[in-house]
Design a protein around this ligand. Structure first.
Ligand code: 13P
Ligand code: SF4
Length: 305
């Protein structure tokens, strides 16, 4: 919970500076409570592209701030904690994309939005976990190099068997750490609970899932499902929205709670600090901005924003 004084000061600064606050579902509750828009990566990219605000405060990790800036280069994009970074965003070996392009003539490089701007520049289209299947299916290319997440890539490959999907050995350390043994124990303790999982989980976890989707899709599924108990295999920041939507439903997380330390760096104090000082501005070099804008815009076009 945030104190009333912080809330009022943030509101006042937002009005004065024509700022909007965006937060990912994995950000701490205090950031979600201050935000004007809370959502998954795809939703945040769409809002960042459309907003009329002069300034965007992004409570997320580096690639989200970068994407907001790339989609809206004339706006000021600030992050409460500039060191909040997604380790997976960097997990493509140097030279790997060029090697794959040389090997396959018709290759499309499909880049999960959880990636650096430099990797986006070398890619044909970006995807998020909520639109990856739709976009890969729509591409004319048969050979797809899916970067950086091997788990989302494998999930897409299962849904789109007509494509030949080459996986890259990157993963989200938070989702990869979800233990299938702990999940099996939870299932034994709550045999009627519906298992929800994010596609960034390893296949041993996804094998137990009743429903697989992006954070927004998992939250929507729980809200509309007639079930009253759920085992949740994704980062625990989603619990706040799950409970807001369905206070009477039960949500169980694995014993070793999936928690992204970088997302958790987005504090209310940090939001207030950047609104007051306008520090921690995201900068993207012009050629990188232009190179990364192309695959991001292609995603928005193919996903039907
Ligand atoms: P979504 O926002 O697409 O659900 O992805 C989750 C994630 O890992 C963001 O960092
Ligand atoms: Fe990156 Fe995983 Fe954290 Fe998302 S949850 S920001 S993919 S490390």
């Amino acid at each position: 919970m945030i104190d009333q004084k912080t809330k009022e000061r943030v509101e006042e600064l937002k009005r004065q500076k024509n700022a909007v606050i965006l937060a990912h579902y994995y950000a701490p509750r205090e950031a979600q409570e201050l935000a004007d828009f809370v959502g998954d990566s795809f939703y945040l990219a769409k809002i960042a592209q459309k907003t009329d605000a002069r300034m965007i405060v992004l409570c997320g990790v580096g690639f989200m701030g970068e994407s907001a800036k790339i989609l809206n280069p004339e706006k000021k994009v600030l992050m409460p904690e500039p060191a909040a970074d997604c380790p997976m965003a960097h997990m493509v070996a140097e030279g790997k994309i060029a090697e794959m392009r040389a090997r396959y003539e018709d290759l499309a490089v499909v880049c999960y939005i959880n990636s650096t701007a430099a990797l986006k520049c070398q890619s044909d289209v970006c995807v998020t976990s909520s639109n990856a299947v739709k976009i890969v299916r729509a591409l004319p290319n048969r050979n797809i190099f899916f970067i950086p997440d091997r788990n989302l890539g494998r999930f897409v490959a299962e849904q789109v068997p007509e494509k030949s999907i080459i996986l890259n050995d990157g993963c989200c350390p938070v989702h990869a750490d979800i233990d299938p043994v702990q999940l099996a124990e939870l299932k034994r303790a709550h045999p009627d609970a519906v298992v929800l999982a994010h596609p960034e989980c390893e296949c041993a976890v996804l094998a137990h899932a009743d429903y697989i989707g992006s954070t927004a899709e998992l939250i929507a599924f729980a809200r509309t499902s007639p079930a009253d108990s759920f085992i949740v295999c994704t980062e625990d920041g989603v619990e706040f929205q799950l409970k807001c939507d369905s206070p009477d439903k039960n949500f169980y997380f694995p014993k070793r709670r999936p928690c992204c330390p970088d997302m958790k760096r987005n504090t209310a104090a940090g939001v207030l600090h950047v609104l007051e000082t306008e520090k921690n501005e995201i900068e993207v070099a012009q050629e990188v901005q232009q190179g990364a804008l192309r695959p991001l815009e292609k995603m928005l076009e193919l996903a039907g924003s």
